[in-house]
Ligand binder design. Structure first.
Ligand code: MG
Length: 244
């Protein structure tokens, strides 16, 4: 294994269970307006939201457009005309209340922080992400937290990573690894930035359109990968699934 010094972690669905937080916040938002949240509506929202975030990642739409329209569109679907900004504020408040960890995340960070410099790289909304990381007691393990809203660029943009690298003391791209669940933002971002990538793919086999340096199915695998003593295995140069 290559000797890394710096580890960049994505947050949502890598360290924190975003699906759980999203379900909780959506349910509360619908309760608040006395509307039943059906599976169909939830599915509609998830597809729309994903499409909007994907457009945001590509730089096609601004963050405000994403945040201020998604819930007005959603509630229109159930026959209610409501203010999208107000809905988003409420949703965000509920989202902040939920900080469910991905299995093994905390223990892993605890161990890794002793040997590596850990940083957060996330595309979320700054306030929400800081509160969620704080509530889940993860903040302490990171040397710094980079949120797209504050950086002014988002993953997978090279500019986002340029900013991050400028802020990391004595940064070396060669000794940096990014870990995340998204092929389009984390893995593509790492590729754009010229660093090694580790795709966290808990759902198992899936069509791979990108070419991460490593692929893992459980977070604990990182422990074996990065903390095993005398681990001097040759660095895989092609996509390799690690199954320790
Ligand atoms: Mg993610």
């Amino acid at each position: 294994m290559k000797r890394y010094k710096t580890l960049l972690f994505d947050v949502d669905d890598t360290l924190l269970d975003f699906k759980a937080a999203e379900n909780y916040a959506l349910q509360k938002l619908f309760n608040e307006h006395n509307v039943v949240l059906t599976d169909d509506i939830k599915h509609f929202y998830q597809k729309m939201n994903q499409k909007l975030w994907s457009s945001f990642e590509k730089g096609e739409i601004k963050r405000e457009e994403l945040l201020h329209t998604r819930f007005s569109i959603l509630f229109k679907k159930v026959g209610l005309t409501l203010n999208g900004v107000h809905l988003d504020n409420l949703y965000r408040q509920y989202l902040e209340e939920s900080a469910v960890l991905i299995d093994g995340a905390k223990l892993l960070l605890q161990k890794l922080a002793k040997q590596y410099d850990l940083y957060v790289v996330t595309n979320g909304v700054a306030r929400t992400q800081f509160i969620r990381l704080n509530n889940s007691e993860l903040t302490t393990y990171f040397k710094d937290i980079f949120v797209s809203e504050e950086v002014g660029y988002q993953k997978p943009m090279k500019e986002f990573f340029n900013h991050v690298f400028e802020k990391i003391p004595h940064h070396s791209a060669d000794k940096t690894l990014i870990i995340g669940d998204s092929l389009t933002s984390d893995i593509q971002g790492g590729i754009n930035a010229g660093i090694d990538t580790c795709w966290f793919n808990p759902k198992g086999p899936m069509n791979v359109t990108h070419n991460p340096t490593y692929e893992i199915h459980r977070l604990q695998t990182l422990e074996n990968m990065l903390l095993t003593p005398n681990s001097t295995k040759e660095t895989p140069t092609t996509h390799s699934v690690l199954t320790f």
